[in-house]
Design a protein around this ligand. Structure first.
Ligand code: SF4
Length: 401
């Protein structure tokens, strides 16, 4: 059986558009070109990351406009019609991110740049059946496209360890469905989405990445890399290796491979261009960026079932509360994940249980954050109880549902 190819191309520091175009072209040429992916006359959806502000290039939050433009130019050269389109995270003003990320300037140059939050929604079947959602609500442009090329940024992620080609697909969903993914089981729902939309290619923008509290509040890391692959699972496996993860550390890749959507077996992947070893740099994990909390009576217990979803979500909200100067809300609070037993001595200000799948109904605290993994805002609300109202920190419409 032939191996899945993943190309790694090193560009120059702070590359200009011509350098980015050369790197994108080379990354595609190294895996055999676009001939079997894009045909003349086809509509090609190029899907960058516009997750949220801060979106300027130095932050590593969003795909560089030069990368989106380069992919569009390669698609145009193949005789197809590129549309650069995406929807930001729940509650985020997507148009604002289009402007801040520099993508609005591409409109002035004649490129079609579409804020999908203005689009209609349709439902796509999930071939073979979805585990969480079937049919899958997506933006209409996703259905109209003949080919989907995902253009993620390589970042650590405060819930899924890493976000890259697979996790990035959530931008193809309406906000309501993005939220439903967290409530009903993110790790399987994203793979339902991948099965339904069948992306043909990933071009990874690893020029400025993020480590620590990605995907929004991480620290930028300049890597000056572009990667490409027809196999999104293989691409994410190699990206994971570059930043220090073993393939099995990445649950989305594990689930996608189990459902036959690609390979995470390094022996079945051919890396072309640069070697992994020559570009490797271990990224700080979200869990390592969390503060040590010494608030009176605060208990944090990760039960045996805890996976990175709830673990990192809790670390992320500790980081958030610390940044807001609100760690005192944790006084005499116990946070339990993964089916952890209630503390015998109790918790005067409340027991917060986190995550549905690992917390049976009869083991839930007086405050429970539902979801798998729960959205951070729901965990913060469970901690606050009636002492305040949690808001999405990154959202322009924090109350958006
Ligand atoms: S509920 Fe359980 S399986 Fe789901 S994210 Fe939390 S720890 Fe992981």
């Amino acid at each position: 059986m032939s191996k899945s190819q993943v190309s790694i191309v090193k560009t120059e520091p702070q590359p200009d558009y011509e350098a980015v175009l050369a790197a994108v072209r080379k990354s595609i040429d190294l895996i055999g070109g676009l001939d079997d992916i894009v045909k003349s006359g086809q509509l090609v959806l190029i899907n960058p990351s516009w997750v949220a502000a801060p979106a300027d290039k130095e932050t590593g939050t969003c795909t560089w406009p030069e990368v989106s433009r380069a992919v569009a130019d390669v698609v145009k050269a193949a005789g197809a019609r590129p549309i650069i389109a995406e929807s930001s995270a729940v509650g985020v003003d997507c148009e604002k991110v289009v402007k801040e990320s520099g993508h609005a300037e591409l409109r002035d140059l004649g490129y079609e740049v579409v804020n999908l939050k203005d689009d209609k929604t349709v439902k796509l079947p999930v071939p073979g059946g979805g585990l969480i959602l079937d049919p899958m609500p997506v933006w209409e442009t996703v259905d109209r496209a003949d080919v989907i090329i995902t253009v993620p940024v390589l970042k650590t992620h405060d819930q899924t360890e890493m976000t890259c080609s697979i996790k990035k697909l959530k931008g193809l969903l309406p906000d309501k469905t993005k939220r439903a993914f967290h409530q009903q089981g993110l790790y399987d729902a994203v793979i339902d989405l991948m099965t339904a939309v069948k992306p043909s290619l990933t071009i990874v923008d690893a020029i400025i990445c993020q480590e620590g509290m990605g995907p929004i509040y991480g620290d930028p890391v300049e890597m000056d890399l572009v990667l490409a692959s027809r196999d999104l699972v293989a691409a994410d496996t190699i990206c994971g290796q570059i930043i220090g993860y073993q393939p099995e550390d990445l649950k989305l890749s594990v689930n996608a491979a189990e459902r036959g959507l690609g390979t995470m077996d390094p022996a079945a992947i051919e890396v072309v261009g640069e070697t992994v070893e020559s570009v490797q740099r271990r990224f700080v994990r979200a869990s390592e960026a969390a503060p040590k909390v010494t608030v009176n009576g605060f208990k944090l217990v990760f039960g045996e079932e805890t996976c990175t979803g709830c673990r990192n979500t809790v670390y992320s909200i500790l980081h958030q509360l610390d940044g807001e100067g609100n760690l005192d809300y944790l006084e005499k609070i116990a946070i339990l994940t993964g089916g952890a037993a209630f503390p015998e001595e109790g918790a005067a200000n409340g027991v917060v249980t986190v995550g549905d799948k690992c917390t049976p109904k009869d083991r839930r605290g007086d405050r429970h954050a539902k979801g798998c993994p729960p959205n951070s805002v729901d965990v913060v609300q469970a901690i606050l109880g009636d002492r305040g109202e949690a808001k999405r920190t990154y959202a322009d419409d924090p109350d958006s549902d």
